[in-house]
Write a protein that binds this ligand. Structure first.
Ligand SMILES: C[S@@+](CC[C@H](N)C(=O)[O-])C[C@H]1O[C@@H](n2cnc3c(N)ncnc32)[C@H](O)[C@@H]1O
Length: 351
């Protein structure tokens, strides 16, 4: 094995060290809620996987080898599962799912959330597919609700702030409101912007908040130093290195003194699941950023769809390059949609 291959395997398997699980779909049937997903055991070793729903154990209807995933990742202990728990349809607030290995530890593994009742209207399939990559309904809800809950929890536990005490909040690249549907009702001054005019139309007709179509080329017409919090879920994952620099400049302009930006990127966890190969890996490690090609999801919806890319970032690149505009507080692996890393940025503007 060459040194590059050794390093590559170490990096590729890093997300597996602690084990990894993801919830794919959720459905309800009479008084039962069923969660379908998959898991990779820690260190690719035998282990027991526990799932809890609102801190009560779920039982497994099925826990079987996920042969396709195991073959693709060259691992042994990959499993798909279906788990159920009794469910009260009238439950208000989100349902939380937590997974852990070998012992039930609610703090160790990231949660996944689902909103059982009174959730906002669902955008139509074509709109959903543009931002979510599939028309599947429950995963659209599951990911949107999970990200909204995780943003709220991150603010509360890490920065001791509640959503209600924030001033203006910006959903940068809001699409058809996958996250905004769950988060905007809890905010005082929610704003959403996107380059996709049709999805902004949907948001205007269906959600409370200010929505604006923006050009792929900043600046926007939004005021300087205005936003206490901006979140951009899977936006830097689609911009060329040059466009990223322009938008970092714009986000820094828009952020209020002391304000935060939360942005997701494809890092090592996404690499494990998508694996563009050893040659691409060597280039990615060397340069810190990799353009894996055009992404066709916005064909026909924006003036130049060739500028919609599939990008990977190493954490080292983010810390080195993005610090010109923001303080890089943290990078949390696999935070969003079970694979994207979360970058937590703080404004450098003096208070
Ligand atoms: C993968 S989708 C994610 C949408 C949304 N953030 C979510 O989590 O559902 C990426 C979104 O970013 C939008 N977008 C891409 N580049 C943008 C830019 N420079 N400014 C604003 N929106 C952008 C796209 O139109 C698309 O809606």
């Amino acid at each position: 094995m060459t040194a590059a291959e050794v390093l590559y395997n170490r990096i590729r398997l890093a997300p597996v060290l602690d084990g990894f699980w993801t919830a794919s779909t959720v459905s309800s049937e009479r008084n039962l809620l069923r969660l379908i997903g998959w898991t990779i055991h820690p260190c690719d070793q035998p282990a027991r996987f526990f799932l809890e729903m609102n801190r009560a154990p779920m039982s497994f209807e099925r826990y079987s080898t996920h042969a396709a995933l195991a073959a693709r990742l060259n691992l042994h202990h990959c499993y798909s599962f279906a788990a159920v728990a009794p469910f009260d349809r009238l439950l208000s607030g989100p349902v939380e799912f937590r997974g852990s290995y070998a012992f039930p530890d609610p703090h160790r593994n990231a949660g996944s959330f689902f909103w059982p009742s009174g959730r906002p209207g669902l955008p139509d399939p074509a709109r959903r597919e543009r931002v979510h990559g599939t028309q599947e309904e429950s995963s659209f809800d599951l990911i949107g609700c999970t990200i909204a809950e995780k943003i709220e929890q991150l603010l509360r536990y890490r920065f001791h702030k509640t959503l209600q005490e924030l001033g203006p909040v910006l959903d940068w690249g809001c699409g058809c409101g996958r996250v905004a549907r769950f988060l905007f009702p809890r905010l005082k001054q929610p704003h959403g912007i996107d380059i996709d005019a049709d999805n902004i139309d949907w948001c205007r007709s269906n959600l409370a908040g200010n929505f604006q179509v923006v050009s792929l080329d900043p600046p926007t017409r939004l005021p300087s130093g205005h936003f206490d919090l901006t979140y951009g879920i899977s936006i830097f994952t689609h911009l060329s290195a040059l466009d990223q620099v322009r938008w970092l400049e714009e986000l820094a302009r828009l952020t209020a003194p002391g304000g935060y930006v939360l942005a997701t990127v494809h890092g090592y966890t996404s690499w494990l699941l998508n694996d563009p190969g050893l040659d691409a890996y060597v280039k990615w490690e060397r340069e810190g950023i990799l353009d894996a090609g055009e992404n066709s999801d916005l064909q026909g919806m924006v003036p130049d769809p060739t500028r919609y890319r599939s990008m990977f970032h190493t954490p080292a690149y983010i810390r080195r390059v993005w610090q010109d505009w923001f303080e890089v507080l943290d990078i949390i692996p696999g935070w969003a949609a079970s694979n994207q890393d979360l970058v937590i940025l703080k404004s450098r503007r003096p208070m």
